[in-house]
Design a binder for this molecule. Structure first.
Ligand SMILES: Nc1ncnc2c1ncn2[C@@H]1O[C@H](COP(=O)(O)OP(=O)(O)OP(=O)(O)O)[C@@H](O)[C@H]1O
Length: 737
């Protein structure tokens, strides 16, 4: 079965209402969704008289609701999950097209996205199965949730301060890619899920939605493991829901060094994903799965079960090129065949009565030694040349590999695929009267097949075997070591928990926002990202005006950044290669400077500072010395910022020629500039054309300017995400009188 690709065109956002929608949906006569459009049409960016059209399994128009998408596309797959098939759902699209909205959605019932709805459906089915079997079948749900941020994997069920800077290792184990050391949370009800998921999303969004954008800059993967246990079998299947980070065109983002680094990691992993798709489609001998963690984990084309890709699209011209590129990627993806493999159940058996010497009487259930349960996993369905059948050495093992050969299993060659089951053979072990005997029969079959096939070990297969063994050993060791991560002191942990609870409780009000910044600041401090930490403290400041402890923390950080900056400069002066780095940084600093209308030598130091921040790995007890007592001392007072007098500052931007009356700004401009220079997200987002995200972007740019202020509309237009039009919209949106 191919990857099912559905496209969703998001509606125009508030600030886009005056824009044209250039992406439309159309029905086709040969589509597989009666009545639903299957074609996306948009103009050729080079020649508007022409149009491009792309066909998918179905297309959802701007007014499609979360419910419609779930009911039409996701709900029907739930039964397959319970029949033992894995399910992968991933949202793709460039930044701001609605991936998180589609996957996670909002808090209101109608806004809830695919993930909460899927979990709700899973729990409903669990209940039904248990009820219908009168309790003979028990179903448990366990969750894993992690993000891939800058090629590092972090457990989202762990608070950021517990993370090791290098992230969790991933290994290939039994032909599946596993993240070693992930927390697995049992989850019995939808309420449990919501709590766990919301809490984990704070861990993700802490670095993101409130300015630092880890969220939108990381790929988030939620794993839902469904285990059905009967007297005779245990069947495990897994749904993976992936909210990919959006690709970014850095010519448009005006990203700073740190943001660029994240952006490059996103773009490069998505590029590898596209390369894998191309390699699979062209039946290339090597598929570059191993070139990024995302592709290793996603295993597109090697994963069994069902795969659904939701392609998110923005309707406006501003996204035109990105939209064409996403559509073309999606068209290639829809050709990928995924073997629809059912996960074999593990057969339980009644144990023989214990030996007479045993002090315990009765029977107990023993687990059978594991047979190759997932031998068919990670298989790519591909045509096999019948002439070649039988001439190839039969692999008694399969290694997750980035070469097609090592991983190939084909449904056309059942004798070579011990674990491969017929597609859609919904065998229900519980229905079988002979279930208890089957394991022996099966394992005998397996062993005899192994003997009969007499595998000839080629150099390739020996390499593969060695690599598999090494991976398995490493996984084993890593799993043993996983518990050895040093813990934070209980006191620090308690304070962080306390702070998080206060944030959750107050999330929606301004105080919650201030606390959120504080939490992020702490998380950045722990990770050694001092610059970001300082930025977060600066953002928190308006919510806790005059708080001496906060100021002291900021001073300490400033001092630390300064000394790291100096140390960085000292080290780099030494060698040839480092001089080259200095040149690159200097030129990018010059570029930054010229973009902002001036060149400042200190910018060069900023570049060094950011680099050294990232390399700085703090000791794990880094925060133990820090006083968290101050957290409770942050008393909330409504942010009041006196507008500063722009005349006192040195101008950093050219004046806005033509628009302003000579000798000064119009009252509207003064008003806008005052609001902007307040650096208060709450006030800035009240400006026309500015949403929460844009307001945070603006404040982020302002913080990069340190104490300088925006003095005119030209300066305003140069802030992140603003531009001349938005600046003008803000100005015109001010009501006078
Ligand atoms: N179908 C929709 N209906 C209403 N609003 C939507 C819809 N899709 C997206 N939005 C809004 O568009 C904005 C961007 O959406 P979202 O954050 O989900 O994008 P994204 O693709 O996840 O971006 P990024 O890659 O940067 O994380 C949000 O404000 C979201 O609420």
């Amino acid at each position: 079965m191919s990857v099912r690709v559905i496209a969703r065109i998001r509606p125009l956002l508030k600030h886009e209402l005056d824009k044209d929608s250039i992406v439309t949906a159309e029905s086709s006569t040969d589509g597989d969704c009666k009545g639903r459009p299957t074609i996306v049409r948009l103009p050729n960016p080079k020649n508007p008289a022409e149009s491009f059209s792309f066909q998918f399994n179905s297309v959802f128009e701007q007014d499609a609701t979360q419910q419609e998408i779930f009911d039409a596309e996701i709900s029907p797959t739930v039964k397959h999950l319970f029949n033992g098939f894995d399910l992968s759902i991933f949202a793709h699209g460039c930044t701001g097209t609605g991936k998180t909205h589609t996957m996670r959605g909002g808090k209101a019932l109608a806004d809830r996205g695919v993930i909460p709805r899927l979990l709700s459906a899973i729990f409903r089915r669990c209940k039904k199965i248990e009820k219908d079997s009168s309790g003979a079948t028990q179903v448990t749900v366990r969750l894993e949730y992690f993000e891939i941020y800058c090629e590092r994997v972090y457990d989202l069920f762990e608070p950021p301060e517990k993370r090791t800077p290098s992230g969790l290792p991933i290994r290939d184990n039994n032909r599946k890619t596993v993240v070693v050391g992930l927390t697995e949370k049992p989850c019995a009800t939808l309420k449990d899920f919501e709590q766990l998921y919301d809490q984990a999303n704070i861990n993700r969004s802490t670095s993101a939605t409130k300015l630092n954008a880890h969220s939108s800059r990381s790929h988030a993967v939620l794993g839902v493991k469904v285990t059905q246990t009967t007297e005779t079998t245990i069947r495990v299947s897994r749904a993976s829901c992936i909210d990919l980070a959006g690709s970014e065109d850095n010519r448009r983002t005006d990203n700073s060094t740190e943001r660029l680094k994240e952006s490059n990691a996103i773009n490069s992993s998505l590029f590898t994903l596209a390369n894998c798709v191309d390699a699979i489609n062209s039946k290339a001998p090597r598929i570059p799965y191993r070139e990024s963690k995302l592709t290793r984990i996603l295993s597109l084309g090697q994963n069994g079960g069902r795969t659904i890709m939701i392609l998110n699209l923005a309707p406006t011209r501003a996204y035109h090129l990105d939209t064409v590129s996403s559509l073309s990627f999606a068209s290639r993806t829809k050709k990928i065949e995924v073997s629809e493999i059912e996960n074999d159940p593990i057969y339980r058996t009644m144990a023989k009565p214990l030996a007479a010497t045993s002090s315990i009487g009765g029977t107990t259930i023993n687990r059978q030694p594991l047979r190759p349960l997932t031998a068919a996993h990670n298989a790519i369905k591909q045509e096999v040349d019948p002439k070649k059948q039988g001439t190839r050495p039969v692999k008694a093992f399969s290694v997750y590999s980035d070469t097609r050969k090592a991983a190939v299993r084909t449904s056309h060659a059942p004798t070579q695929n011990q674990g491969l089951r017929k597609p859609e053979s919904h065998k229900r072990p519980a229905e079988s009267n002979t279930a208890a005997l089957r394991p022996f029969k099966k394992s005998t079959d397996y062993a005899s097949r192994m003997r009969n096939t007499e595998p000839v070990l080629t150099k390739e297969s020996i390499d593969a075997l060695i690599s598999q063994r090494i991976d398995e050993k490493l996984t084993e060791r890593a799993l043993q070591d996983a518990g050895a991560v040093p813990k934070l002191s209980t006191e620090v942990q308690k304070r962080l928990d306390d702070l998080e609870h206060r944030i959750v409780a107050k999330e929606d009000d301004e105080k919650g926002q201030g606390l959120q910044y504080l939490l992020m600041a702490k998380q950045h401090t722990i990770r050694g990202e001092d610059t970001s930490a300082l930025r977060m403290y600066q953002l928190a400041m308006p919510f806790f005006p005059g708080n001496g402890k906060l100021r002291a923390k900021m001073d300490t950080l400033k001092e630390r950044i300064r000394s790291k900056k100096m140390a960085g400069l000292g080290i780099r002066m030494g060698s040839e290669s480092t001089r080259a780095t200095a040149t690159v940084s200097a030129s990018s600093a010059n570029l930054m400077g010229s973009l902002k209308g001036e060149k400042k030598p200190t910018k060069i130091q900023t570049e060094y500072k950011d680099e050294s921040d990232d390399e700085f790995a703090p000791p794990l007890n880094f925060d133990h010395d820090e006083s968290y007592a101050s957290d409770s001392s942050f008393k909330y007072t409504k942010a009041v910022r006196k507008p500063k007098n722009p005349a006192k500052k040195l101008p950093i931007f050219r004046d806005f020629a033509g628009e302003e009356p000579s000798g000064g700004h119009t009252p509207r401009t003064v008003h806008v500039l005052n609001i902007i220079n307040s650096r208060d997200v709450g006030r800035i987002k009240t400006l026309v054309g500015v949403g929460a995200k844009k307001a945070e972007g603006i404040v982020s740019s302002l913080l990069e300017m340190e104490d300088e202020e925006v003095l005119d509309l030209a300066g305003l237009a140069k802030l992140k995400g603003v531009g001349g039009k938005t600046a003008e919209t803000m100005r015109m949106g001010i009501k006078l009188g």
